[in-house]
Design a protein around this ligand. Structure first.
Ligand code: ATP
Ligand code: MG
Length: 236
């Protein structure tokens, strides 16, 4: 039996009086891909914030690679291989593609992957390496955000809405890149509003609704569950 590389145990996240996450438990096996789906404001990003160390959960635990990292600062988690690609990408538009990648390397110092490896994995970035990141399309900027995270040699990559705002063709490319990343052995936690698509890519899925998990299980079963389809996936 494989033990999970990441377990979120009964995590609560509050912002003042807003209880954004109320007792969420999620786990993923090494090399796996799980999808966390749900409507706007369901608490998806807040779960990732607790996992990556951007917020301190009010209660609950985050276990990574057998260690309790709940109280670790974010940079220490990155150093250990738990890396977030945030919603909205957070690319620095005035810097070039190559400079943005070097910033990713800075977070891991000598353990960072060579930038050239990223150009092999993401040929579109190689062609644009000396352009300012602001000159890239939305999809290309998403590739850059993912490449920058890959430089840190993640063991678990947390992807927050990677397909948001992209044209359908670019959405396809982003999902292809996610498959490539998995093929390198990286475990993926995928947060998406594009729920059907995310569940098709995942082995396991979790549906989050107003801070709580309402459904979880093999992604295929969620896709076939009439209640999940009706409430969260809608007509195709
Ligand atoms: N920094 C904050 N301060 C106060 N409330 C917040 C903060 N961040 C999130 N919230 C609230 O917490 C709840 C969950 O937000 P969160 O961003 O985690 O949801 P989400 O599922 O990622 O939504 P979206 O699909 O819009 O990205 C929402 O009600 C949101 O308004
Ligand atoms: Mg969000």
């Amino acid at each position: 039996m494989s033990s999970p590389i990441l377990s979120v145990e009964s995590v609560h996240v509050s912002y003042g009086r807003v209880e954004a996450v109320r007792g969420v438990s999620v786990e993923v096996d090494e090399g796996g891909l799980i999808a966390l789906v749900g409507a706007n404001g369901a608490g998806k990003s807040s779960v990732l914030a607790a996992v990556s160390g951007l917020v301190r959960p009010k209660a609950g635990k985050v276990l990574f690679d057998g260690r309790d990292v709940t109280r670790w600062p974010a940079h220490r988690r990155v150093g250990a291989g738990l890396v977030l690609v945030p919603e909205g990408r957070q690319i620095l538009g005035t810097l070039t593609v190559a400079e943005n990648l070097r910033l990713g390397a800075h977070r891991r110092r000598r353990q960072a992957a060579p930038i050239e490896d990223m150009f092999e994995l993401f040929p579109v970035l190689a062609e644009r390496r000396n352009l300012p990141a602001s000159a890239l399309s939305g999809g290309e900027q998403q590739m850059l955000a993912i490449a920058r995270a890959m430089i840190a040699r993640p063991r678990v990559m947390l992807l927050d809405e990677p397909s948001m705002g992209l044209a359908p063709k670019m959405v396809d490319e982003v999902f292809t890149v996610i498959e490539k990343i998995r093929a390198t052995g990286v475990t993926v936690v995928l947060v998406e509003q594009n729920a059907r698509r995310a569940l098709r890519a995942a082995e396991h899925g979790y549906v989050l609704d107003t801070g709580e998990i309402t459904h979880s299980g093999p992604a295929k079963e969620l896709l076939d569950n009439p209640r999940v389809v009706e409430a969260y996936l809608g007509a195709e």
